[in-house]
Design a protein around this ligand. Structure first.
Ligand code: NAP
Length: 242
């Protein structure tokens, strides 16, 4: 029987990350739930996964903390490796650029873009050695189109899409694929407080998406069936932007 693959989901405690953890656990992966600080939410995710998985909290924007946590995980799991990583952790701190505090610019880029680097780099050697790996990055329609009030977030997500394409070409020969998904408006804590009725008028599907609809695409990209897809970005936005 094939060994269960380990999948690390950053920002797995809530929202889209939680739905991805649940979906991957249902598909038989050993899921590692990363989160920043909300342990209660992370434990709830673990429960919703049927208790099959583990928690690995660290701040993805802290390169040393990420490396230490992943090194400790490896030491505790000899002979195993993380075959799938979903770089999902992200925040938004919106304001028009003229009024944006410099700290908001850096924090958003540090988590979404540098977080991808900090978490993925330590995992690459094992993926390449085993000749199988799946790296899936959570971008956004903002990274494709650019959205006003989100110069920081759009830059982070646009950078993530470009890094996805670059890394895909570096590791394709080793059986490692690197892809991104770009959701539009999805119902989570992040979109709480937005004027849903007004925004729905701009969305051809006339509704916000569900986290599970993003998780389905991520699960496909993680699967063996997606072996020949790399460097791609899949939009999941109800027709909002193509
Ligand atoms: P959410 O409900 O606000 O959840 C954010 C998750 O990220 C939480 O699990 C949080 O952990 C974690 N996180 C935040 N900062 C972190 C850090 N420094 N280190 C580790 N984990 C961190 O957000 P969401 O809507 O599910 O969004 C998930 C991803 O999808 C983000 O990258 C977001 O940009 C992207 N996205 C969302 C939408 C949308 O409409 N919702 C659309 C496009 C793209 P704690 O629970 O510990 O705080």
């Amino acid at each position: 029987m094939e060994k269960k693959k380990y999948a690390l989901v950053t920002g797995g405690s809530r929202g889209i990350g939680r739905a991805i953890c649940i979906r991957l656990a249902h598909e038989g992966y050993q899921v590692i739930i990363n989160y920043a600080s909300n342990e209660a939410a992370a434990r709830e995710t673990l429960e919703l996964m049927g208790g099959q998985g583990e928690l690995l909290p660290f701040d993805v924007s802290d390169a040393d903390a990420a490396k230490q946590a992943l090194t400790d995980w490896q030491a505790a799991h000899p002979g195993e490796y993380i075959a799938v990583v979903v770089n999902n952790a992200g925040i938004r701190q919106d304001s028009v650029m003229a009024l944006m505090p410099v700290s908001n610019w850096h924090r958003v880029l540090d988590i979404s873009l540098s977080g991808f680097f900090n978490v993925t780099q330590p995992l690459l050697p094992a993926m390449q050695l085993r000749k199988f790996g799946r790296i899936i990055n959570m971008a956004s329609v903002s990274g494709l189109k650019g959205l006003p009030g989100q110069a920081n977030y759009s830059a982070a997500k646009g950078g993530l899409i470009a890094a996805t394409k670059a890394l895909a070409q570096e590791v394709a020969r080793r059986g490692v694929t690197v892809n991104a998904v770009a959701p539009g408006f999805i119902k989570t804590d992040m979109t709480e407080g937005l004027d849903e009725a007004a925004l729905c008028k701009q969305i051809p599907a006339n509704r916000f998406g569900r986290p599970e609809e993003v998780a389905a695409a991520v699960a496909f990209l993680a699967s063996e069936d997606a072996s020949y897809i790399t460097g791609s970005t899949i939009s999941i936005n109800g027709g909002l932007y193509t």
